[in-house]
Design a protein around this ligand. Structure first.
Ligand SMILES: Cc1cc2nc3c(=O)[nH]c(=O)nc-3n(C[C@H](O)[C@H](O)[C@H](O)COP(=O)(O)OP(=O)(O)OC[C@H]3O[C@@H](n4cnc5c(N)ncnc54)[C@H](O)[C@@H]3O)c2cc1C
Ligand code: FES
Length: 330
């Protein structure tokens, strides 16, 4: 049983699915809801959710979870190598799914249709064409699951939509007419492309710093449409690269910095931000290991302050605390 601060922390967690058509989810049926105290088995209501009451929705849906995400076959419209280890998949999906995925942080599970469900791999949605009902993902081939996808010729099985691929989404969503810096390395360019388009739609000024990293190429330009951004190539692992980032942070007064890359990269950027006076909001890719995406399997469990364990596939973790804890404390 949680007491004091830990109980408070658990109650104030922000679930990415709250208020969506997939809420309440399976967690409500087992008194494990992330947001609603009634659906955590308590007798009182003290959630901080400002949308339609989750408990009410649960009652209206007959004390059951709502909308199970679709697992369906997607037509492979294009498969193209962006570099020797990176593949672009352009997929035909339903109109509803294309619309639901047209958000920064959106991702799907994808697998070779000849393989069992444990070959599912989370992949960020890099671009969406809602008129043609198409989505694009870029995949770096690394291990068993991605190698199985590399050999795909026709259809793939996808599951979605999921949205917690980016942490700090509330800063992105509130940003208008701001000055933003997008830093992306390697395959981190895939989620960054969606962030750039989203920020540009909100009349923000966006500068992109891209590092080819292990994928060996800068492909983000192709997927940001005609977004008016300056792109600079930099080696983010070098001292000089970090010095340049520091110079930009000092001189340009950014409102938001997005980091697409490893947790180590996020940490370096946090350390550079800490050296400047006007600190921008930080938004980063969610690098936890995600298997079900539904808050059920526990593979993404991570400890936050007060020792509380949370499911990183569902919760919008505090960026700084999550990264510092994972990198510095293991
Ligand atoms: C929200 C999200 C979005 C992602 N978007 C992209 C993307 O757009 N393009 C891309 O190429 N990759 C993306 N990834 C990473 C991708 O899921 C892993 O590279 C892939 O699962 C590796 O599987 P594998 O069997 O080929 O390699 P493995 O040999 O199993 O693993 C290689 C590396 O990938 C990590 N990994 C393995 N399984 C997972 C998992 N289920 N979730 C997260 N990391 C895992 C391992 O920790 C290891 O570091 C994303 C991951 C997440 C969580
Ligand atoms: S990925 Fe299964 S609980 Fe988060």
């Amino acid at each position: 049983m949680l007491g004091g601060d830990a109980a408070l922390v658990k109650r104030k967690l922000e679930c990415i699915d709250a208020g969506s058509e997939y809420c309440p989810c399976y967690l409500a049926e087992t008194n494990e809801c992330i947001t609603c105290s009634h659906l955590q088995g308590k007798e009182f209501c003290d959630c901080n959710w400002r949308g339609v009451c989750i408990y009410q929705e649960y009652v209206w849906s007959g004390y059951k979870s709502k909308g199970i995400r679709c697992t369906c076959r997607a037509a492979l419209l294009e498969k193209k190598y962006l570099s020797p280890n990176t593949i672009l998949f352009r997929l035909g999906v339903t109109r509803t799914l294309a619309r639901e995925l047209d958000n920064p942080g959106a991702y799907i599970f994808i697998r070779n249709e000849d393989k069992p469900s444990y070959f599912d791999v989370p992949m960020s949605v890099m671009a969406v064409n809602t008129e043609e009902n198409e989505i694009s993902v870029a995949m770096q081939v690394v291990g068993a699951k991605t190698k199985a996808l590399e050999s795909v010729r026709e259809g793939l099985v996808i599951r979605g939509p999921y949205w917690n691929g980016i942490l700090g989404q509330r800063y992105l969503k509130g940003m208008k007419d701001g000055n933003c810096l997008v830093i992306a390395r390697g395959i981190g360019q895939a989620p960054a492309a969606k962030v750039v388009r989203y920020l540009c739609r909100g009349d923000n000024q966006v500068k992109i710093i891209a590092d080819p990293g292990k994928v060996g190429t800068i492909f983000i330009k192709e997927f940001i449409g005609n977004a008016p951004c300056e792109i600079e190539e930099l080696d983010l692992t070098s001292k000089q690269g970090l010095r340049i980032i520091n110079k930009y942070l000092k001189n340009e007064k950014y409102d938001i910095v997005f980091s697409g890359g490893s947790d180590k990269q996020h940490l370096y950027i946090i350390q550079e931000i800490d050296k400047v006076q006007d600190k921008p909001y930080l938004v980063v890719t969610n690098n936890n290991e995600i298997c079900c995406g539904e808050g059920v399997c526990g593979s993404c469990s991570t400890r936050i302050e007060s020792g509380v364990r949370v499911k990183a596939c569902k919760v919008q973790l505090d960026v700084r605390k999550a990264i510092e804890r994972r990198i510095l404390n293991g």
